[in-house]
Design a protein around this ligand. Sequence first.
Ligand SMILES: [Zn+2]
Length: 318
Amino acid sequence: MGSRLETCKESKHFKLKQVTEGVYAAISIGGTGSLSNAAIIDLGDETLVVDTFLSIEAGRDLQAAAVQLTGRPVSYVFNTHWHSDHTFGNQVFAPTAQIISTSQTREIMATVVKERVKQHLSEPAAIYQAIDEVREKMELETDDKLKKEREWEIGSDLAYMKTLPELELTLPAVTFEQQLTIHGSKRKVELISYGGGHTQSDAFAYLPEERIAVMGDLVLEGHHPVMRYANPQEWLQILDRVEALGVDTIVPGHGEVCTLEALHQVRHYLHDVTALVEQALQTGRSIEDIQVPEAYRGWYFTGDFPANLQRLYKLKST
Ligand SMILES: [Zn+2]
C-alpha cells in the first residue's frame, strides 16, 4: 500500500502523508487553493474524504488522489465545519459522494455562506482591492516569515477568485446532530460533534481502532487558532472531551500531522490570549498594544492574532 502513495500523482496544492495503512492526510501547501488540510480514509469497501479545500482545482486534485490511493470513487465527504477552505471543493465530489455535516453547519452554508458568495460575485473589485492592499504590505514587509505569510494569503485569495465564477455551492445532503457512524468493511469512522468552539458547530472524524482524529480547525498545529467566530469556553470543553476519547494521532485543520501535544497547545493558547485581553481590560490598556507572546511567534496565521484579541475583547466587554 505504501507503493500506492509513492506512485500517486503529486499536486501543487498539498502533500500526501500516510497516517496509517489506508488513512492519508493531505497537508496544505502554502499560497495555493487548498488553504486547509484534508484527509482520505479507505473504509475497505468505500472511501471517505474529510474536508474539500478552498478551490475547485485543489478539490479535483484531492479527488484524483483519493481515487488513486483507494482504487474507487469517493462515497462520502464529511465537512468538519462551514468555512470555505473546508467546503468549497464539495461540488467536485457531488456526482459520486454523499456530503455530510452537522445540521447547523449545513444551515449556515445555506444562508450566511450563500449570501457571502453572492456578494463576492457581485463585487469582485472589492476583493481585488483588498488583495492589492495585502500586496503593498507584503512588499514593505522586512520580516521573512511575515512576508511569506502575506504571499500565501495573496496566493490563496487569487485561487479563490479563480474558483468563484465556477462555484456551485454544494450543501451537505446528510446531516447529524451529535454523532454519525460509518461502518466500512475494513474500519469504522465516527463523525462526532460536541457543539461549536471554533465556529457555531464543529465536528471531527474519529477512528476508534486506530485512535486517529481528523479535527478540522478545532486543533491547528504551528498556526494561531482562528477565533473569528469562536466561543473559547465551549472550545476548551470540546478539547477536554476529545482528549478523553483517547486520541493518539491528530490530523489538524492546518499544519502537520501531530499528537495530543498540539491539542494541549491550542488549550494553552486559548487560556493565554483570554488572560491577555482580561489584563488589558483591567488596566485600561489598548489591545492593539498586545504583542504575540514569545511561545507563539513561530506560528503561522499571524494576522489572526489581532483578530483573535478583538473577538475576545468583544465577547468580554458585552
Ligand atoms: Zn475554520
